[in-house]
Design a protein around this ligand. Structure first.
Ligand code: MEV
Length: 321
């Protein structure tokens, strides 16, 4: 039996553009997905994932990836299918997952559980995959299910820390930064990432030059933010977040609720604030001075948000015992 855990993530800058070959900056957060994986003598796959309402799910290994798979079981099941295609095993596996964060927040619970599963299979069956191999197999799993996505969430779960990341893992650079003075507000609305990615794709189809210009501008400010983060100039990073938010508004992925929380945070003294992730809901993030932290959090709550107490720069996937 093996226990592993992987962190959730937050996008700091560069969402959407990163789907099209541009860079982003993301951070791993200290709320984790956990998995306990046990080898079985029988060639079966068993899954217990209470968080996503999957209870005592069981099927023969020969039927992995086949038939109607419940939504909550998909990522672990396809992860197992991809693992078995490369590394056949004798017997079967039982996976039990639990999460320290709600799957509603947009912290990347699906990617984190995929990464937990691949890492646990690798350890349990003595394959000893490298971080990049865990990334590649997990990213393939996410693409098999979702069809589109940059893979930044998978990278955050594998490597942890704060990453400068380019689409598909072309670049995965850990940034040696001081703790970011980050404040996170949840809108109470679950974002539909697939639909939002599609909306941006449609916009790009209709208006390729304009959208490409927006992506290029976002890429430029991501590069600027990387530099400022390394220098510890969080005030300037905040300003760059504001510019990023303007471009996200232009792309049409912000929402009234996100705008209300962002504007409340800024009025209360944040250096900058923006949506984080696909948009349409999920979380907003703000950077601000320590002496304004409480006021910013209070303003987010008064504007109808929920402050989520997370620390950035958390450790990547790890074996717990
Ligand atoms: C969603 O959290 C962020 C997007 O950039 C999609 C992705 O990078 O996979 C919209």
């Amino acid at each position: 039996m093996i226990k592993v855990s992987a962190p959730g993530k937050l996008m700091l800058l560069g969402e959407h553009a990163v789907v099209y070959g541009y860079p982003c900056i993301a951070t791993a957060v200290d709320q984790r997905m956990k998995a306990k994986v046990t080898a079985l003598n029988e060639p079966t796959f068993e899954l217990e994932a209470a968080d996503v309402d999957v209870h005592e799910y069981k099927k023969p290994l020969t039927e992995i990836g086949i038939g109607d798979i419940p939504k909550g079981a998909k990522f672990v099941e396809i992860a197992l299918q991809n693992f078995l295609q490369k590394y056949p095993i004798n017997g079967g596996v039982r996976v039990e997952t639990s999460s320290e964060f709600s799957s509603q927040f947009g912290f990347g619970s699906s990617s984190a559980s995929t990464v937990c599963a691949i890492n646990a299979f690798s350890e349990l069956f003595g394959v000893n995959l490298s971080q990049k191999e865990i990334f590649d197999l997990s990213y393939k799993t996410v693409l098999d299910i979702q069809g589109k996505g940059s893979g930044f969430d998978v990278a955050a779960a594998v490597y942890g820390g704060t990453l400068y990341f380019v689409t598909g893992g072309k670049v995965i650079d850990p940034l040696a930064i001081e703790k970011a003075p980050l404040i996170v507000g949840y809108t109470g609305v679950k974002a539909d990432t697939t639909t939002l990615i599609k909306q941006v794709a449609e916009k790009k189809e209709k208006n390729p030059e304009k959208v490409e210009r927006i992506f290029q501008a976002i890429a430029k400010l991501v590069d600027g933010a990387k530099q400022k983060m390394l220098e510890g100039d969080w005030e300037r990073v905040g300003k760059l977040m504001d510019f990023n938010q303007e471009y996200l508004r232009d792309l049409g992925v912000s929402s009234e609720k996100l705008e209300a929380l962002i504007s409340a945070a800024k009025k209360a003294g944040a250096w900058g604030a923006k949506l984080s992730g696909a948009g349409g809901g999920d979380c907003m993030i703000a950077l601000g001075p320590n002496d304004k932290r409480e006021a910013i959090q209070k303003a987010i709550v008064e504007a109808g948000g929920q402050v989520i107490d997370v620390l950035p720069n958390a450790e990547g996937v790890r074996v717990e015992s």
